[in-house]
Design a protein around this ligand. Structure first.
Ligand code: GDP
Length: 216
């Protein structure tokens, strides 16, 4: 069973999403852009964990998002690990203008894998796509996404470029997995196989929702 919750009173599904990554890669700015559609030059550093809520409609589903912003400093690592439990989706952020910000991505991925639920969906986000010159190439980002087997997208919290798209990709992946899980509980394996074969061409057309997704 999926761990997303459905609000029984108004049938709104609630998803818990988290922003994780080194300090200063732009996590708070991404949260601010996504929830307030705005950008502040100097955000206050996050003390441990902060969160904001947002309601969206995606593929005819009303969804309540609770987005957790986490501090990237080591001293908050334990709090972050505790919060990974129960998360439906994680946005793992690095800064395309800061080589150092990709050094600890493997270690963040380990934390996610060790502390999250097994069906958590993760997307890799290269933020600050507006700055030049870049220090992390598109190729490096792509290699990381292949190494972790997760989609990648480059965003700019400053201009708003791809921020909503990043969340939409993640949310669609979560919803898609849930649908497959519902089939698993209510249909025989044969039925599922037939459905998958029938839906293949459509899937290819809309690869966006699939696993490999690269948007630069
Ligand atoms: P956090 O510590 O990961 O939450 O990072 P912040 O959101 O506090 O951002 C750190 C710094 O990067 C701040 O000075 C932001 O204004 C800046 N910043 C964040 N996102 C962007 C972006 O997309 N483009 C540019 N140019 N600067 C950004």
């Amino acid at each position: 069973m999926s761990n997303s919750e459905t609000d029984k009173s108004d049938k709104i599904k609630t998803l818990k999403l988290m922003l994780i990554g080194d300090a200063a890669v732009g996590k708070s700015s991404i949260m601010y852009r996504y929830t307030m559609n705005s950008f502040k030059l100097n955000m206050l550093g996050t003390a441990g964990i902060d969160f904001k809520k947002k309601e969206i409609e995606i593929d005819d589903n009303k969804i309540k998002i609770i987005l957790y912003d986490t501090a990237g400093h080591d001293r908050f690592r334990k709090i972050i690990k505790n919060h990974c439990k129960g998360a439906n989706g994680i946005v793992l952020v690095y800064d395309i203008g800061e080589e150092k910000s990709i050094e600890r991505l493997s270690s963040w991925m380990n934390d996610i894998q060790e502390n999250s639920d097994p069906d958590v969906e993760v997307i890799l986000v290269g933020n600050k796509a507006d700055i030049t010159p870049r220090k992390v190439t598109e190729q490096e980002g792509l290699e990381l996404s292949m190494k972790f087997n997760i989609p990648i997208i480059e965003t700019s919290a400053k201009t708003g470029q791809n921020v909503e798209e990043a969340f939409n990709i993640l949310i669609k992946k979560i919803l898609k997995k849930e649908k497959v899980e519902i089939f698993k509980t209510s249909e025989s394996k044969e039925d599922i196989k037939i459905k998958q074969i029938k839906s293949l061409p459509g899937k290819r057309k809309d690869d966006h929702d699939g696993c490999k997704c690269i948007i630069f």
